[in-house]
Design a protein around this ligand. Sequence first.
Ligand code: ADP
Ligand code: MG
Length: 728
Amino acid sequence: MIDRVQASLFLDEPVGNVPQVSPSRAKALGSKGIYSVRDLLEHYPRRYIDLSSVVTVEGSRIGQSCTICGTIHEMKLKKPRYNLQLVEISLTDATGLLMITCFRQPWLMKSFQVGDRVAVAGKVEFNYGFKRMTNPFIEKVGEGPVRGKIIPVHPACAKVSAAFMLRFVQEALREACGCEDPLPLELRLRYRMPSRSCALQAVHGPRTLQEAQEARRRLAFEEVFLLELFLMLRRAREVADLQAVRHRVDGPAVAALREGLPFTLTDEQEGALGEIFQEMAAPRVANHLLLGDVGTGKTVVAAFALAAAVDSGGQALFMAPTEVLASQHFASIGPLLQAAGVVSGLLTARTAPEERARLLEGFSSGEIPVLIGTHALLEPDVRCPNLTLAVIDEQQRFGVGQREKLLAKGEAPDALYLTATPIPRTLALTFFGDMTLSYLHSRPRGTAPRTTTVLQRSQRGRAYDVALERVKAGEQVFIVCPLIGCSAEERDKRAGADEEEAAHPQVTIEGEEDYQGDNLVAAEAEAQFLQSHVFADYRVELLHGRMKGEEKAQVMERFRSGESQVLVSTTIIEVGVDVPAATVMIVEDADRFGLSQLHQLRGRVGRGGLPSHVFLVSASKKPEALSRLKAMEATDDGFQLADFDLSLRREGDILGNRQSGASALKLVNVTRDRAMIEAAHKDARALLAADPDLSLPEHRFLAREVEMFGRREKKAEEEKDAHHSRRS
Ligand code: ADP
Ligand code: MG
């Protein structure tokens, strides 16, 4: 018993207490974010080299991922460019020669030497007459047969090699062996999961890949489960003493608003509104997130929540991240509310002093029950004696502190958050485990059809044909390129490279952006080309981020007014562009963009009710790149796309790294582990329903783990905040 407790406590000791970890090694580990024994044990292998699938150089197939064992025959450090270093290794086995190219890892020259016997794992390519691997995993192996062994490869750094990392991990595992298992036995049995101690052993030193897989599943479940419990408990604690408002949701203002709408709510909007009203009417403090693409009708739904607050004798604040958004909201729902007998006002930093005084006066007296605005709402003199609802638009654009500040203006206001960021359900469940969620997937009927077509670079004439036809009909065209400019000379080179590439498909080099750079379509050159070759009778203009503000505004104005018909630009048109006659968009090198970004881009055409066409052009020869783009043809739902994109990107890219919990998930993948996340969410809910503060004796250790989780989260958040305040 004592041993188990000791083994468990060992997890939170400093990493320097692990045998073999000297103070200087501990420092090196610290620079990788490994401070405690726990951090070390959560430093999971990046992958495993399965030496049971070892093949010979001769027996390896081009395009196959495999492991080859051999002896280093020669090693060279090369510098093909001033900022590029690569190590080239030739490896021989009894059957042949394999060339290995490793970019940006000069330290390999010190880690290995000629004559070393190593196993390399990667994909076999063939070029310049040799079988090759690019950036494979390289591991020293002893003499003799290696068959059947599985070698974990831990992420290394210059000061601590993968081999050392493994040694430290093994030492730590010895001490932590038998540590308590925080997961309730019932769950472990239900999902047939190994104990924590066994799982840690297995993930760092599996006997079979199957075993590693099971261990990973168990540890991933634990990650989400602890995160969910942490979020739910934190939330419960925050609102423990608060007396929530039970909103009246069937009052006169709500009814009048419904009457006065120039349209009827869609079924989806009704569904979401029902869910919001349920939370608002319940005797708990609502914490609700409404997710939907731009244009799915969130703002109108929020207007109903505002009306319900007023019907309940309360007041409401509606905060948006920018002046433009706040004004838009006020312009669209202000009159609707007005017609329903609800007085509202717009407060931003630009509001004139007299108007501001009038609004604040009216708001604190209750005469103006609803204020829509920007950060200006956070000012201390915005006082709300009776705030019962706070609506925050694009919530991820505000810091936690700002959200809290708004909510703190009332005793226990319900919170409704709106977001157009496509956060798929599993991701939302994971990171917003303490919120209730509603989704709007489709736009209200009446939007014009929009087609999306993926084209190879060589087929892009088809896009120009359509564009030209639409321009002749008086419509307009957006052309989006990933880069600003390159010289004519570079362009010629590029054209040459295109042909060359078609003749000899190039090896793609991971992490080698520079090599592809020459081959990208740049806006400047593209504009010239299109003006002279495609749209000779029309006006083509260029817009990019390096232009002066005034110049940009002029270009935009000429496009908006129809003076120019074709706008070639970088992605800056993403923000705030509304040109009703724009019906065609051609995105060059579309594979360079995330799907969510492409989806946002295509939202810029067809805004005037005309049918529209989007062409995604790519020169990529990679099948994955094209199949990814094909998803854009298949669906118009930004959330589905985000889901798909997620499998290729990190969670943090979507949520921003300020999301709490983001750093805690090391093994979970929100796409692959969808079912697991749903289960962990439900299980955490159920557990807390039965034992709200984890005080049962069998949950003692779980409670401690959640507590430790919270401490690490707090530290991570403080670090992020410090980082953030340094930057701003
Ligand atoms: P979001 O806030 O999600 O971007 P909005 O609420 O601003 O979307 O709605 C986008 C547009 O659709 C607005 O012009 C709004 O008036 C309109 N709209 C909203 N709901 C409906 C509906 N049920 N039927 C028709 N038009 C609607
Ligand atoms: Mg909106």
